[in-house]
Design a protein around this ligand. Structure first.
Ligand code: ZN
Length: 129
């Protein structure tokens, strides 16, 4: 069991949808926790932001710069994410976008980083077989 229930929900979602890429984002909408994952065109958090404009986002992977800009545009206030993205991360994993553009976003990363990065690694390893 993960201590932070939102990350437990995201973890369960990934475990129960093995055919999807193991990246998930969630937010509360009327006290219900809604979860999406990446689709062919959009990142999980991007889909949630456009549809629900949440104030707080939970993501298993650090958002990319494009999603970070979308967060600013839609006035997201808080981002909690799992593993750092050393290739495309915008919150310290690769870039620190908040240095370059005015925003009020608070973010905290590293929630169960090992678990979520391992899931991604396994997914891509299996794809290659
Ligand atoms: Zn993105």
């Amino acid at each position: 069991m993960l201590y932070y229930k939102e990350f437990q929900y995201l973890y369960d979602y990934i475990k129960n949808n093995k055919y999807l890429m193991p990246i998930a984002a969630g937010c509360y909408v009327n006290n219900q926790f809604i979860i999406t994952s990446n689709d062919f065109h959009k990142h999980a958090e991007e889909i949630l932001i456009e549809e629900y404009s949440p104030k707080t986002l939970y993501i298993t992977l650090e958002p990319c710069p494009s999603c970070f800009f979308k967060c600013i545009q839609f006035n997201v206030q808080k981002i909690y994410f799992g593993s750092y993205n050393t290739e495309y991360g915008s919150c310290g994993g690769k870039f620190i976008m908040s240095k370059y553009i005015n925003n009020n976003i608070e973010y905290t990363g590293g929630f169960y980083a090992n678990i979520f990065s391992e899931m991604l690694k396994m997914y891509f390893q299996n794809k290659r077989l």
